[in-house]
Design a protein around this ligand. Sequence first.
Ligand code: UDP
Ligand code: MG
Length: 178
Amino acid sequence: MEKERTLVLIKPDGVQRGLMGEIISRIERTGLKIVGMKMVLAGDEILDKHYALTDEWARELTEKSKSTAEKEGRDFPFENHMELGGMIQSRLKKSLSEGPAIAMIWEGFHAVQIVRKIVGHTEPKQSVPGTIRGDFLLDSYELADKEERAVKNLIHASSDLNEAKREVGLWFVEEEFF
Ligand code: UDP
Ligand code: MG
């Protein structure tokens, strides 16, 4: 079995709220190790690749927000997943470039899954207490849609090993690993 590497971004809202230390210490105490870390003001070039509008990404994101809307009896006005995907992508690019973010690579056994567990559900309204998204903020698909912005959730973490490999290579070059 091999150690994994996963990409974690403290999004600009997490940096602005002074939650960097808290977020890092929560991940650190699992035993995972930071092998790369930097502050970045992300531009279009990296964000277009990071949130690449692929069929799979748009499909998964649409399923998550559609099932939430159905549970809550709210309208879900999107005809197809690429339509919602495109809209979310542009809102995400805006929120991720509104200030500096912290990019980190964490390494260890099961790194991808362990980090996702600590981070919690995409929608803070659903993320459980004890998770980063569950403990430090209040936001929902409903509020974000009403205000035509991305859901605020402090942090990005790669969701599976393939995504992790792609994202680690996108945000870091070999000389930046320790
Ligand atoms: N997002 C959003 N509205 C949606 C779905 C997603 O604003 O209906 C945002 C949210 O900030 C999320 C990001 O898009 O963190 C990426 O979505 P993904 O499904 O990959 O969630 P994550 O992996 O971050 O939990
Ligand atoms: Mg994701």
